[in-house]
Structures are given as structure tokens and as C-alpha cells.
Design a binder for this molecule. Structure first.
Ligand code: ATP
Ligand code: XMP
Ligand code: GLN
Ligand code: MG
Length: 688
């Protein structure tokens, strides 16, 4: 049903624009894939996002000029691969396949694809053939691109030539005669430096598009949408204090009579220190009057029903303050949030038949919740509480207003600027709806799977590589199979020699995103007897380790003395009032440093995360694991879908980092402070 509504809206949208320059994006379930349409739109070309299964005849009917096939979490050579119509390659249209899309093209035309020892998630260098039309105009042939894959092309399809390579890995293929191209990397994201140029080449030069589609006025369109949807009714605007919902509320006030707009902010108990009060104050200054709903005590003991996929039935969840799993926490918080909104609406005398619900939902929120509104194949990355089952049911009844649903964060900020919102409100760092609740890693027991000790051995070898190479070890072969270039081995040797390191596998799991799917894997802690962190060496290790240990999605640096002992135990941690106040205090001291040093704008976001880990226990006295540790994650991103850990000395002054670490360490109950070195992918922004 949702999909029908969506296609209807989309086709009417297309009719209104009557642009004959349409690109069909066939979605294989990628999360970055949805940025493809933003990239294409940025180049003034209209997109039509369709499921990969779409038939060739349906595509022909649309009259598009070319096809882009996105990435996706599946493997083309395995049973669960989504279906597709191979006739799409016989339409005579130029095709660009990205990651999964390239693997699919290669397989269809007779080449092979396999899951190998290679696993790459992050920025890598690749050599591209500048004489290929796809790479025309690139300044140099060696380019930095985003790779996130575990599968790769083994034998190249007949009639295709290799136009991109990175050591043994094929990163681009082309069939010039048929105008069919494939890239293993992701040109749609900012982390691929030449991405925009590659897309431009495909759209303008290869497909002959002119770029005639311009978004006239998106503000006007939003206002119009609000007016037509709400009419004479009322609208309950949910305001979190973030930029999205602030822009939304401002638009509602602009489009409607003030008596029609009721804005509420829910304090769920997972806000930052003084956050709710400050939100109300800031919004008052821009004439948005918000009612505060204090529900901070309701959430801890709330539950919901969960659908068990493999058993196909529903069960009751635990209460939130006993729940360990990230998705479960998100579902409980989301459903509780909507119940509270519902009873608040009743208390205000509003019912769903005379009132609409407005949310600042953005495109990435829907993408990551795997909403059918944006894609039929997406892997659910995480549930956003503005896209829960309850919201979906209301949406189906046409009662939800989401004018920003087609926007990305940077576009919302641009709109907010046009609306005259102050810069400090616009540039606020995003804060997730479930707040601090997803920044506490909950666990009752250490996570120790059978691979633990093997992984730990590989890590030990890697961290001491400069010594290990002198003493032959069977596992070195495995490492060398992946670190195949002489240059890289030399680097590994140089860094491990210059900065002595220990690498310990921490017995916890964190959320990540790899190969366009969600992962839940180990974290590595690096530390050194040298008190001065060698960031260059650390960042190199952060990039290298997940390529070799595929069960690791995050790398951290542990401030302080070297940690050489394995951490066997954890401090049992759930979302309790005390645990949250500890994290709130750490978050507060950390962000105060950013504010004091005027760094809020230069860092895109800085999650502060509580870990159930107690280092430096006195084992002689069998000291219990009772303290916890804190990770700081200063993060640099533009599209909020991919990004880099801030590099001390470049993105953030090193003394600011050290000041943050020192002040967090002073908070009672904190064992150690860690620095997250991981890019996205393989790690996400949040740890969950
Ligand atoms: N505490 C809250 N009270 C009221 N509404 C909320 C709250 N948290 C989230 N919402 C609603 O859910 C939507 C999504 O939440 P989310 O936190 O992603 O967005 P945001 O805060 O507007 O923006 P940002 O992502 O910049 O923080 C918001 O736009 C808002 O409509
Ligand atoms: O509005 C939100 N509701 C949520 O539930 C949520 N969870 C994560 N985030 C933010 O989304 C961005 C990407 O997050 P991840 O890299 O952790 O997936 C980052 O900016 C995150 O802070 C959320 N935003
Ligand atoms: N990003 C992608 O499209 C990944 C494709 C495939 N799942 C892989 O791991 O190689
Ligand atoms: Mg948001």
C-alpha cells in the first residue's frame, strides 16, 4: 500500500515537472544508494528511484535516458540475491552499476564474483583509467574513493575491460560499445573525492543529458504542501530541538494560522544536561512556542511488543531498563514516544481525525529505518522513532505531515538559512531522537565468541608487526595475503616500529555498517607505553585492522598507560538512572570543552559513549569490575551517511582532545577514556 501511494506521488511529481531527462535508479537495497538521487539532483537531473526487480518494459515506458544500479547488502552469487530483469541491459540505455550493481553487471555478462579474504570498508586509493569516458577530466589517475564490500570481481566479463584497479582488486569495468560501466567504489558519497565528476561524466557525456531539471523553490513547495494537507485542521508539531524539527515548526507557523499549530517537545529522560530547557528557550527566541512534556520517568519501565521474524510471532519485550540490544531499545523508545504523544494529544483535546502529526523526518531517517517509502530492498540499519509501526499506520491513513521527507541535512540547513533562523540553531550538532539511551553500551556478560582468541592472536601480531616479521608465524601469511603491496607492508613496519603498540580485543559489540548492511561486532583498543599518541600510526592501524579481522568494525585508542592484559570481564550495564547521569555528566564536560574553544561548528558531531569496561583492575585482590569507560567520537561528515573520525591536529586541536580526556577521567566511576579512530564505514557515527 505504501509503495502504491509512493509511486502515485512520484509519478504525479514527474508529470508536473514534465522533464524528459529522467534517470532510473534501480535500488538493490543500499543505504548510500539513496544519496545517489541527491547527487544526481545536485547535477540538475531528475531521478526515479525504483526497486531492482522493476521490469525492462516498465523502465522503457518511463522513457528514461540511463540507468544506475545501486549497491546493496546481498551477494550477487548467493541465493538471497534480489531478483532483477536481465532485459534491462538490452534496452540500449547506458548503465552504471555501483558496487553490488557492478558485481551484478559482471555476473550477467559472464564474469564471476566471489566472497574472498578482501574486506574493505573506508577510503582507499585506486588507479583509474583517465582515457575511459567515465573518468574523463580527473586531475590524476590515482584517486581516493570509498569502498565497502566483502565480495569482488574474480574474472572480468567478456567484452568488458578493466578501467580501475587497486592492487589485485578490480575497481571499475567498462563496455564502451554497449555503454555499460561498473564501479566497485561509491561515487555518490563525499568520501569518494572524484564522485561528482564521475557521476557528471556518466550523466552528461555518456548519457547525453543536459541537466535541465532545477528545483525552483523548495521552500514554496513545502509551504504549499503544509497548506493543502492541513487545510483548516490543526497540526501537532513534534519538536526535538534539532535543526530538522525547528525548520519544520518554522515552516508550519509560516504556512498556517498560529492557532492551528501546537508544538510539543518530549523530555524522554535521555536528553543532554539542561537540553530540554535550552531547547524551549532557543525556540522562543525564534517565535516558536513549545509545550514541554516531561516524560523522563516513563521510559525506563516501558515495554513494547516485538515481532520475531524467524518464528513469525510477537513477544513482549523486556522493560527498557533491562534491555540490552540496540534495536530493541530503539523500538521500545519509539513506541513509548508515540504513546506519550498520543495521550498528550488527547489531553489537549485533539484527536487523530481533526489533527495531523508533523515530524521533521528526513530522507536518511527513512532510508535507515528501511522504510518502504524510499526503498523496497533496504537493509534496516536502525529504527528511527519517527518511522515506527505506529507512525507507519498513521501515515497510511494520511495523517502525518513530513514536508522535509525528501531533504538531506545540509539541504535543511540551507532552507533554515533562507527562513532566517539563527546560525547557532542551524549548525547545532545532530542529536539522535533516542538520545543518550543509544550511547550506553548495555551488556550483562562479556561478548566472547569462539573466534575471540584467534582474532586476539592476529591483533597481537599486527600491533607488533615490526618484530613479528623476524619470527615467522603461520598467521603472517594471512596478513600478507591482504596487505599485498610492498609499500603498505613497509608502512605497517614503520609505524609499529616507531610507535610501540598493544592491541586488545574488547569483549563488547558495537554497531557498524559494512558492505551496505548492518554489523554488530568487536571493538579493538590500541594503547602504547609511549604517553604521546602517534595519531598517524593509530589511524593507519584503524584502517588496516578491519581489512584483516572481519569481525572487527571499530578501533579505538586508549588514553593512559599501556593496556596489555586481556579484558575478560565487563561491568553489567543497563539503562538505569545512575548510569545515565554518569554519561550525562561526561557528555557535559566533553562538550563544554568544545563550546569553550569554539569548536562546535568545525566538528560535525561528537558522540560521547559509555562502555561497560573497567580497565586496570587489581586482579591480585580480585577487584570487581564496577567502573565504566567513555569513548569520545569527534566526527567529520557532510552527508551524515559516511564520514571520518576527526584527526587530532587537523580537524580538532590535539590539546582540546587531551583536555576532554582529562576532564572526563575526573568524573566519578570512570575507568579510562578512549578515542574512536573509525571512519564510517566500517563504524557508524553512534555506537548503540
Ligand atoms: N524529544 C522529542 N520531542 C518531540 N519530538 C521529537 C523528539 N525527538 C524527536 N522528535 C521528532 O522526531 C523527529 C526525528 O527526530 P530527530 O532527532 O531525528 O530530528 P531532529 O532533532 O529534528 O533533528 P536532528 O537530527 O538535527 O537532531 C524530529 O524531527 C521530531 O519531529
Ligand atoms: O534523528 C535521528 N534519530 C535517530 O534515531 C538517530 N540515530 C542516529 N542518528 C544520527 O544519524 C546520523 C547517522 O548515524 P549512524 O552513523 O550512527 O548511523 C548521526 O548524525 C546520528 O547521530 C539519529 N538521528
Ligand atoms: N556496498 C555494496 O554494494 C556491497 C555489495 C556486497 N554486499 C559486498 O559486500 O561486496
Ligand atoms: Mg534527525
Amino acid at each position: 500500500y505504501h509503495r502504491n501511494v509512493f509511486w502515485f506521488l512520484l509519478s504525479s511529481h514527474l508529470r508536473c515537472n514534465m522533464s524528459n531527462e529522467v534517470v532510473v535508479i534501480l535500488d538493490a537495497g543500499s543505504q548510500y544508494g539513496k544519496i545517489i538521487d541527491r547527487r544526481v539532483r545536485e547535477l540538475n537531473v531528475l531521478t526515479d528511484l525504483l526497486p531492482l526487480q522493476t521490469s525492462a518494459s516498465a523502465i522503457k515506458e518511463i522513457g528514461c535516458k540511463c540507468i544506475i544500479i545501486s549497491g546493496g547488502p546481498s551477494s550477487v552469487h548467493q541465493g538471497e540475491a534480489p531478483e532483477f530483469d536481465s532485459e534491462i541491459f538490452n534496452l540500449g540505455l547506458p548503465v552504471l552499476g555501483i558496487c553490488y550493481g557492478m558485481q551484478l553487471i559482471n555476473q550477467v555478462f559472464g564474469g564471476t564474483v566471489a566472497t574472498t579474504e578482501f574486506r574493505e570498508d573506508g577510503q582507499f586509493e585506486t588507479e583509474l583509467d583517465k582515457s575511459c569516458a567515465l573518468f574523463k577530466g580527473l586531475d590524476v589517475s590515482c584517486q581516493t574513493v570509498l569502498l565497502t564490500h566483502g565480495d569482488s570481481v574474480q574474472t572480468v566479463a567478456k567484452d568488458f575491460s578493466v578501467v580501475g584497479k587497486s592492487d589485485a582488486l578490480v575497481t571499475a569495468i567498462a563496455n564502451k560499445a554497449k555503454n555499460i560501466y561498473g564501479v566497485q567504489f561509491h561515487p555518490e558519497v563525499d568520501l569518494t573525492v572524484c564522485g561528482k565528476q564521475v557521476m557528471k561524466n556518466f550523466l552528461y557525456d555518456i548519457s547525453g543529458l543536459k541537466g535541465s531539471y532545477t528545483v525552483t523553490s523548495r521552500e514554496e513547495a513545502c509551504i504549499q504542501q503544509i497548506k493543502t494537507t492541513i487545510g483548516k485542521s490543526k497540526v501537532l508539531v513534534l519538536v526535538s530541538g534539532g535543526v530538522d524539527s525547528t525548520v519544520l515548526a518554522t515552516l508550519c507557523y509560516k504556512a498556517l494560522d498560529a492557532t492551528q499549530v501546537v508544538a510539543i517537545h518530549v523530555d524522554n529522560g535521555f536528553m543532554r544536561k539542561n537540553e530540554s530547557q535550552e531547547v524551549l528557550k532557543a525556540l522562543k527566541l525564534v517565535n516558536v512556542d513549545v509545550k514541554l512534556v516531561n516524560a523522563s520517568n516513563t521510559f525506563y519501565n516501558s515495554t513494547t511488543t516485538l515481532y520475531v521474524k524467524h518464528a513469525k510471532h510477537k513477544v513482549n519485550s523486556r522493560v527498557l531498563c533491562q534491555t540490552l540490544y540496540p534495536e530493541e531499545k530503539r523500538k521500545i523508545i519509539g513506541d513509548t514516544f508515540m504513546n506519550i504523544v498520543d495521550s498528550e494529544a488527547h489531553a489537549l483535546g485533539l484527536t487523530i481525525d481533526d489533527c495531523f502529526l508533523a515530524q521533521g523526518t528526513l530522507r536518511p531517517d527513512l532510508i535507515e529505518s528501511a522504510s518502504k517509502l524510499v526503498s523496497s530492498n533496504a537493509d534496516a540499519i536502525k529504527t528511527h522513532h519517527n518511522d515506527t509501526e505506529l507512525v507507519r499506520a498513521l501515515r497510511a491513513r494520511g495523517r502525518v505531515l513530513e514536508p522535509l521527507r525528501d531533504f538531506h541535512k545540509d539541504e535543511v540547513r540551507m532552507l533554515g538559512r533562507r527562513l532566517g533562523l539563527p546560525e547557532d540553531l542551524l549548525m547545532r550538532q545532530p542529536f539522535p531522537g533516542p538520545g543518550l539511551a543509544i550511547r550506553v553500551l548495555c551488556a550483562e556478560e562479556p561478548f566472547l565468541c569462539p573466534e575471540f582468541s584467534h582474532t586476539q592472536t592476529v591483533l597481537r601480531l599486527l600491533a607488533a608487526y615490526s618484530n613479528s616479521i623476524n619470527k615467522p608465524h603461520a598467521l603472517l601469511q594471512k596478513i600478507h595475503a591482504i596487505i599485498s603491496s610492498e609499500q603498505e607492508r613497509e608502512k605497517l613496519q614503520k609505524y609499529t616500529d616507531r610507535f610501540p603498540m598493544k592491541a586488545v580485543l574488547l569483549p563488547i559489540k558495537s554497531v557498524g555498517v559494512q558492505g551496505d548492511g548492518r554489523t554488530y561486532s568487536y571493538v579493538v583498543g590500541l594503547s602504547s607505553p609511549d604517553p604521546k599518541p602517534d595519531w598517524e600510526a593509530l589511524f593507519f592501524m584503524a584502517k588496516t585492522i578491519p581489512r584483516i579481522c572481519h569481525n572487527v568494525n571499530r578501533i579505538t585508542y586508549i588514553f593512559g598507560n599501556v593496556v596489555s592484559e586481556q579484558i575478560q570481564d565487563i561491568t553489567p550495564t543497563v539503562l538505569s538512572f545512575n548510569v545515565l547521569s554518569t554519561l550525562r555528566q561526561c557528555d557535559h564536560v566533553a562538550h563544554s570543552v568544545l563550546v569553550k574553544r569554539n569548536l562546535v561548528k568545525s566538528i560535525s558531531q561528537m558522540p560521547v559513549v559509555l562502555l561497560p569496561l573497567h580497565f586496570d583492575r587489581n586482579m591480585l585482590f580480585r577487584g570487581p569490575s564496577c567502573q565504566r569507560s567513555v569513548v569520545i567520537r569527534p566526527f567529520i561528515t557532510n552527508d551524515f551517511m559516511t564520514g571520518l573520525a576527526a584527526y587530532p591536529g587537523t580537524h580538532i586541536p590535539e590539546d582540546a582532545v587531551l583536555e576532554i580526556a582529562t576532564s572526563i577521567k575526573k568524573v566519578p566511576g570512570i575507568s579510562r577514556v578512549l578515542y574512536d579512530l573509525t571512519s564510517k564505514p566500517p563504524g557508524t557515527t553512534e555506537w548503540e
